[in-house]
Design a protein around this ligand. Structure first.
Ligand SMILES: Cc1cc2nc3c(=O)[nH]c(=O)nc-3n(C[C@H](O)[C@H](O)[C@H](O)COP(=O)(O)O)c2cc1C
Length: 248
């Protein structure tokens, strides 16, 4: 429990390899996690070569972790292998649809997060790369993913450099801000003020608001980090990727 409470994202890695045997053991452990119908409709691409990491870097908007981490793991929703098995066993697969993609994506994310917990427990550091769904089609090409395989999350993995280990924990909302007893109770304006107060009061938040010449912290999200233009264009690109990989 304590290791979970003190974990944080690690973006800077020591010049130390993640041994292949350890990586395999962590992934095998993660594969014990629940998955839809035990179909295991997921695959993981472990990229270690400079060539592939360099190809992935621009697709992750050149975030440094992609090339500085010893290993980059791309977790994919994968109905390719399962469909092939069905076809070879006189069963008619029908997994080229959104429902199957969602089920496979959920399983791939559960696998990834279980891997993270296991990896952090042995002293590794991880960083999720949300850019995966922004450029899923390009990543599919770079990793040579066949039809019915689509990347959903990427992790950079490595041993933390010293100063990453002492980076302060990032804030979280109070539990009562996200927990609803019995049924959902919608938020009043007073609830919203109370739930976001601590985060808005952080020195770091005030700094970003001032630096970006904004009025509120929320505007950092709506106008800069997760803005309408990007959300809409990445949505179109993702639907395109779903179609290209045969899920639509
Ligand atoms: C789906 C997902 C996508 C993320 N994408 C990125 C990313 O592209 N780059 C990055 O540096 N961190 C990324 N993160 C890490 C978050 O920024 C981080 O988890 C959050 O700020 C909380 O910090 P903590 O993990 O240190 O507690 C992502 C996390 C998740 C779960």
């Amino acid at each position: 429990m304590d290791t979970l409470k003190t974990r944080r994202t690690v973006r800077s890695y020591a010049d130390r390899d993640v041994e292949a045997a350890l990586l395999r053991e962590l992934l095998e452990t993660a594969m014990r996690s629940s998955n839809t119908g035990n179909m295991q409709a997921y695959s993981v691409v472990a990229s270690r070569s400079d060539a592939v990491k360099q190809a992935l870097a621009p697709l992750h908007f050149n975030q440094a972790q992609v090339t500085t981490a010893p290993v980059v793991l791309t977790f994919c929703a994968d109905f390719n292998r399962f469909s092939k098995w069905c076809a070879q066993r006189k069963a008619e697969p029908s997994y080229g649809n959104v429902q199957s993609f969602v089920a496979a994506a959920i399983d791939a994310v559960i696998l990834a997060q279980t891997f993270c917990v296991a990896a952090e427990a042995v002293g590794l550091g991880i960083c999720y790369l949300g850019t995966t769904t922004y450029t899923a089609k390009g990543i599919s090409e770079a990793l040579r993913l066949p039809k019915l395989v689509l990347p959903v999350v990427t992790l950079s993995v490595g041993y933390p450099v010293e100063d990453a280990a002492v980076k302060p924990l990032s804030d979280r909302l109070p539990l009562d801000g996200i927990l609803h007893e019995d049924q959902y109770r919608d938020y009043t304006p007073e609830d919203i003020d109370r739930i976001y107060d601590a985060r808005e009061s952080l020195e770091e938040s005030r700094y970003f608001v001032e630096l970006n010449k904004k009025e509120t912290l929320a505007q950092i999200f709506t106008d800069i980090r997760y803005n309408k233009e990007n959300n809409e264009s990445f949505s179109v690109a993702f639907v395109d990727a779903l179609r290209a990989q045969g899920f639509l």
